[in-house]
Design a protein around this ligand. Structure first.
Ligand code: AMP
Length: 227
């Protein structure tokens, strides 16, 4: 985008291949700007851990590196965005969607509900860097912190530096599944780049997390966000 936005963007989506750092960027933006952050991956993992019907169904797809069917995802997100924490003071929708939409039909569903984004942050990372990033990733289910065996090792092996929780190697962060997730991104998600066209702000995400966040914050500032 060029020029200064007159009103801040309220419906923001974060798109990028698996391992682009969407969760890390989202967390940084929430800390800084207090957005209503909805991560469909986190919602599905929580549902799966809780043993709900949706969660157990979703897990069968997630473990294969496949996308969960659109109708399940649309129901999940449309209920959640109605809630009060995703409304601005004037009642209009305001959110940061992380991992949704991931297909053209999901983008259509947002559009039909008057929830089309007014800013799309695209985190761009080449595929070969992603396998290395994701296969070494260790996440903390308790606090959401992310370590990496090579790039950000925990001080005590297997224990989260931040909260002392037990780190896990996500079942979909193993190499064969990562490659399937990358295929799903190329086939099903990358057409969104075309769809959203001029609304997309592309950020080079094959750099250190703090540099990626700084670049995204600069974009947000151009779209009406201030500290
Ligand atoms: P993430 O944590 O965003 O990498 O998502 C993990 C997995 O959850 C994905 O590989 C999919 O199986 C599933 N998932 C998350 N969001 C969506 C979505 N919008 N549509 C379909 N599947 C999704």
């Amino acid at each position: 985008m060029t020029g200064i936005a007159s009103k801040r963007s309220q419906k923001i989506i974060l798109v990028g291949p698996p391992g682009a750092g969407k969760g890390t960027v989202a967390k940084g933006l929430v800390d800084r700007f207090g957005l209503c952050h909805l991560s469909t991956g986190d919602m599905l993992r929580a549902a799966s851990a809780a043993g709900t019907a949706v969660g157990l169904l979703a897990k069968t797809f997630m473990d294969k590196g496949a996308l969960v069917p659109d109708d399940v995802m649309v129901r999940l997100i449309e209920e959640r965005v109605q809630q009060a924490d995703c409304r601005a003071a004037d009642g209009s929708p305001e959110f940061l969607l992380d991992g949704f939409p991931r297909t053209l039909p999901q983008a259509d569903a947002l559009q039909e509900r008057g929830l089309a984004p007014d800013l799309v942050l695209f985190l761009d990372v080449p595929g070969d860097a992603i396998v290395r990033r994701l296969s070494g990733r260790r996440t903390c289910p308790a606090c959401g912190n992310v370590h990496h065996v090579e790039f950000a090792p925990a001080k005590v092996d297997g224990i989260c530096d931040r909260c002392g929780g037990a780190l896990v190697h996500r079942s979909d962060d193993h190499e064969a599944t990562i490659r399937k997730r990358l295929d799903a991104f190329e086939l099903q998600t990358s057409p969104l780049v075309q769809r959203y066209g001029a609304m997309i702000e592309r950020v080079e995400a094959a750099q250190r997390p703090d540099a990626v966040l700084a670049a995204v914050v600069a974009v947000m500032q151009r779209h009406g966000y201030a500290d």
